[in-house]
Ligand binder design. Structure first.
Ligand code: BGC
Length: 452
């Protein structure tokens, strides 16, 4: 029964397996690394490489994702992502040494990068506009569920030190994504772009009830596509640059304030704080993941009520305060270092989830003119993955050089910079048209908008 909204929900849900795997495959390393480093006797640098290898793949996957999605279509790209998830999981699970493990994680990363870009694209192109925002934001929520599922599986498998199964289990949703997407139709927008109007009409008839409505949509999409025809040179237009700066800096700030040191290394941080067994550290991490899911769920309903700016400001202020407390907890060994570290880590993740987490992805889909939205959004996503990579790779080296207190204080200082940036330059987008948003950005940057 592929009809109307049910069909759209089914398509969005199937595609969201990509987001689930994005979360699972980036979260699973946190517990697995404790056993991997023992088995392969890794030093800090090698450990950083194993943790970050998925991000190298993601970077490449996001970089090539746009091209693939345009050439082969959204559906085939997501199927390819599913295959990469499955093969990557298999290689990592059977890896006899750390080099092959890194190879498996890079393959998985290609899938993560590809899915991070193509899943929301497919969802937004297949959804009617009245439920599009909700369905796209739902992907971030499902991502956080993927992370917590990874933590739970890490926790369940920790007693047997079975890191191979931790990686290998991702094959199941990977295959589900391949099979599920094979049963889904191509994005009507892509079909129209390729001149396949009849096929597009069939898909649109499944989304919209009548043939007339579907035909009207074909015309509307044709018009929008004509507007979108553009090249990279558009990105350098003077009135577009401030928007690119906002997207890129938000992408960088989302990462350099340290969120993924917690998502990827939480058990390691808990061990540094005095949680002796791997199981206790992983268990505390499950709490962190649960806070992330619960608060992201709350954020989904607040985003449209309170607006993006208030949530970002609340989020960054709370993250900075939590990081300062975390730094204090590590500054000398108290009897309450462990509980205080656990409490401040959870508060930090909660404050991230209420704003900076979901709002970044939402804002980059809102602030760009339609004519450059695809390119500009993919550039922001790429910047996000690159910053993510740098932070994950340097975290343990920073701990060795600056100590835990110094490292968390550094993230706090970057958080203050992010807060000042948001207060001065980031526009409100709730309920506002693109013209008003653009004007606001120009005012904030002290430039005049050019008539587009
Ligand atoms: C970030 C990811 C992060 C996740 C945590 C996302 O918004 O882009 O890097 O792992 O949130 O929930």
């Amino acid at each position: 029964m592929r009809e109307g909204k049910n069909f759209v929900y089914m398509a969005a849900l199937t595609t969201s397996i990509g987001s689930l795997l994005f979360g699972y495959d980036t979260g699973v390393i946190s517990g697995a690394i404790l056993f991997v480093k023992k088995q392969f006797l890794l030093d800090s640098a090698a450990e950083g490489i194993v943790v970050s290898s998925v991000l190298i793949g993601a970077l490449l996957g996001a970089a090539s994702g746009g091209l693939l999605a345009d050439k082969l279509g959204r559906r085939k790209s997501i199927i390819i992502a599913g295959m990469l998830f499955t093969i990557g999981a298999l290689v990592a699970a059977v890896a006899p040494d750390s080099a092959l493990l890194v190879a498996g994680r890079v393959i998985t990363g290609l899938g993560v990068g590809l899915a991070s870009f193509t899943s929301p694209l497919y969802i937004s192109e297949i959804s009617p506009s009245n439920i599009r925002g909700k369905l796209v934001s739902l992907a971030q929520f499902i991502l956080t569920i993927g992370i917590v599922v990874a933590y739970l599986i890490d926790f369940a498998l920790a007693p047997s030190s079975n890191w191979r199964a931790m990686f290998g289990l991702a094959m199941i949703p990977g295959l589900a994504l391949v099979i599920g997407m094979s049963l889904m139709p191509e994005s009507p927008r892509w079909l129209i772009d390729k001149g396949k109007y009849d096929q597009a009409l069939l898909v649109l008839q499944e989304i919209h009830e009548t043939k007339e409505q579907a035909l009207a949509h074909v015309d509307k999409i044709k018009k929008e596509l004509a507007e979108e025809k553009t090249g990279w040179h558009e990105l350098l237009a003077p009135d577009v640059k401030p928007m690119l700066v906002i997207g890129a800096l938000l992408a960088i700030f989302q990462q350099v304030t340290g969120i993924n040191t917690v998502i990827y290394y939480a058990p390691t941080i808990f061990q540094m704080a005095g949680f002796v067994s791997a199981s206790a550290a992983i268990f505390a991490t499950v709490g962190v993941g649960a806070v992330n899911v619960a608060v992201t769920f709350v954020a989904l309903s607040l985003i449209d009520k309170l607006g993006r700016r208030p949530l970002l400001i609340l989020s960054l202020s709370g993250m900075v305060a939590s990081l300062v407390v975390l730094a204090f907890a590590f500054s000398s060994r108290f009897s309450f270092t462990g509980p205080l570290a656990a409490f401040s880590l959870m508060a930090y993740v909660g404050f991230f989830a209420i704003g900076l987490g979901p709002v970044f992805w939402l804002l980059i889909s809102e602030i760009y003119p339609l004519s450059i939205r695809g390119l500009a959004t993919s550039m922001a996503a790429l910047t996000n993955w690159a910053s993510n990579f740098v932070v994950a790779l340097t975290f343990l080296l920073l701990i060795a050089a600056l100590g835990s207190t110094g490292t968390f204080l550094l993230y706090a200082v970057l958080g203050v910079a992010a807060l000042l940036f948001v207060m001065k330059y980031v526009p409100e987008t709730k309920d506002l048209s693109l013209e008003v948003i653009q004007q606001d950005i120009m005012n904030r940057f002290g430039a005049k908008p050019k008539k587009r």
